[in-house]
Ligand binder design. Structure first.
Ligand SMILES: Cc1cc2nc3c(=O)[nH]c(=O)nc-3n(C[C@H](O)[C@H](O)[C@H](O)COP(=O)(O)OP(=O)(O)OC[C@H]3O[C@@H](n4cnc5c(N)ncnc54)[C@H](O)[C@@H]3O)c2cc1C
Length: 448
């Protein structure tokens, strides 16, 4: 960390949930720590996941697993109970907006001055002055900088002509999705969690138009089951290469099913070991996983609340929502509507004419493809390098960012999905709160 007289002890780029988790951990370990956050949005702790105010957008982790503090696992449940929820709320999938309210409440009672919130995007970093450079011209000078830029949409794989742009909506633009006329025919590109949000949002507003969701495999996220335990032999799994590992897991899942127990218990048992499982794979196996297995892994791993799955199933059964296995090839305006051209997996040309398209293609995790100007600037300056398989940033075990030469820096850290290449299991609160605690402990040891 630099020895100059900065305005802040720690500057955080990005003000989503990760930034709030980090601020809470910093203040606990380093009481007077002065924190600056660069975040264009008005609310800290909202980000991609918790900005929604719509009740149908549920957490995909039961409330009991969502504490902000790894040392106080019941903290979110305590907060909800203080709001009048019953004790059984720990097992429930509550609306995501309540999680933002919780983070905001914990931030409000943080001892000391509130973090300085600079309402601007961070676009560069000056390593000599240890300063985040903001699009507004402001500089956040600090002893250390933490990159918490989170999830950025990947964007459609085709160019959208200017005349069609107004009819193409991002799935996280919940207000725009909610404003679609009930009779509009809608195509959703992508069939993952963002598609689920969009479809549930349309359903909750009594949508009557046709909805088609397309992706190359058209796999939907699977539902959670009631909690239960399954045993995994972690050492045996870690010793296996990818193919044999996946076979072993399929055998385990089949054995559970034979006993009348849900396969979800196996995924739940594997959950805390995601980082170890990823790290134990060689580069070739990681690349194989991304090419052949990730889409199947994701729908089993990133499950949705059973009540959300039930609504989707009913929409499909009624024909309100149809799924198509197809790769989008073009979007064009046509007589005031949109024409989508796609290629089915068997090579057939497919076409839809709709009133609007929703981009639910998910997040961009490849560093070289990131649209974040800050990451681009850091990469060009050789201050960061891509993590394994080109995903996110390369970091050490505490999240210190490695520069182009592989040296872990003492002024730059990363939290959240930027660590996906190094750790894989690095997007949900159970991992983020641990990352926040470790970064805070390291920074406090140097500066607190
Ligand atoms: C739709 C959705 C639902 C989810 N549901 C759950 C759930 O139920 N449970 C769970 O555990 N996890 C869930 N997740 C996972 C999610 O990644 C984390 O829970 C959490 O939201 C991650 O927070 P974050 O701050 O790391 O990233 P984000 O939420 O993406 O926040 C990053 C913030 O950084 C800002 N930013 C980006 N670039 C810059 C820059 N250059 N300068 C300044 N600011 C910048 C953005 O404006 C944004 O506010 C969900 C994710 C999504 C997308």
């Amino acid at each position: 960390m630099r020895g100059m007289e900065p305005d802040h002890d720690v500057a955080i780029a990005g003000g989503g949930a990760s930034a709030v988790l980090l601020a809470l951990q910093l203040r606990r370990r380093w009481p007077g720590c002065r924190i600056g956050v660069a975040e264009p949005a008005a609310r800290l702790g909202a980000g991609a996941a918790y900005a929604t105010r719509q009740d149908e957008h549920l957490l995909n982790v039961p409330a009991g697993g969502m504490s902000a503090d790894p040392d106080a696992p019941g903290d979110f449940v305590d907060h909800l109970r203080a709001q009048g929820f019953a004790a059984d709320v720990a097992a429930r999938y509550v609306p995501r907006r309540l999680y933002h309210d919780y983070l905001a409440a914990r931030l409000r009672v943080l001892p000391g001055a509130a973090p300085h919130h600079a309402r601007a995007e961070a676009v560069g970093y000056d390593p000599a002055g240890c300063a985040l450079l903001l699009a507004s011209g402001e500089r956040l000078r600090a002893r250390a900088v933490v990159l918490a830029t989170g999830n950025r949409p990947r964007g459609l794989p085709v160019e959208v002509p200017a005349q069609a742009a107004g009819r193409v909506i991002g799935a996280w633009d919940h207000d725009a999705v909610a404003a679609l006329p009930a009779a509009a025919d809608v195509a959703i590109v992508g069939t993952g969690l963002s598609m689920v949000d969009a479809a549930l949002g349309l359903h909750a507003r009594g949508h009557r138009g046709r909805i088609v969701a397309l992706s190359r495999h058209a796999l939907l996220p699977l539902p959670h089951a009631a909690p239960g335990e399954a045993a995994v032999d972690l050492d045996a799994l870690l010793a296996l290469p990818l193919r044999a590992r996946l076979h072993a897991l399929r055998r385990e899942a089949a054995a559970l099913r034979r006993d009348g127990r849900p396969w979800q218990w196996l995924m739940q048992a594997l959950r805390p070991h995601g980082v170890a499982l990823w790290r134990s794979l060689g580069d070739a196996d990681r690349a194989r996983f991304l090419r052949h297995a990730v889409r199947y892994w994701d729908v089993h791993r990133h499950r949705i609340a059973p009540e959300a799955a039930a609504v989707l199933d009913a929409m499909i059964a009624r024909g309100d929502l149809s799924l198509a296995q197809a790769r989008l090839e073009a979007i064009a305006p046509e007589q005031g509507r949109l024409r989508l051209d796609a290629r089915a997996r068997d090579g057939r040309a497919l076409q839809w004419r709709v009133d609007a398209a929703i981009d639910a293609t998910g997040i961009e995790t490849r560093l070289a493809h990131s649209a974040d100007p800050l990451l681009a600037a850091l990469r060009e300056a050789g201050l960061v390098r891509a993590g394994p398989c080109g995903l996110g940033l390369d970091v050490d075990a505490d999240g210190a960012v490695r520069d182009a030469g592989g040296r872990a820096r003492d002024d730059l850290y990363a939290i959240g999905s930027l660590r996906i290449g190094a750790e894989w299991e690095s997007v949900a609160i159970p991992e983020l709160r641990v990352q926040a605690a470790r970064i805070a402990a390291r920074l406090a040891a140097h500066g607190g």
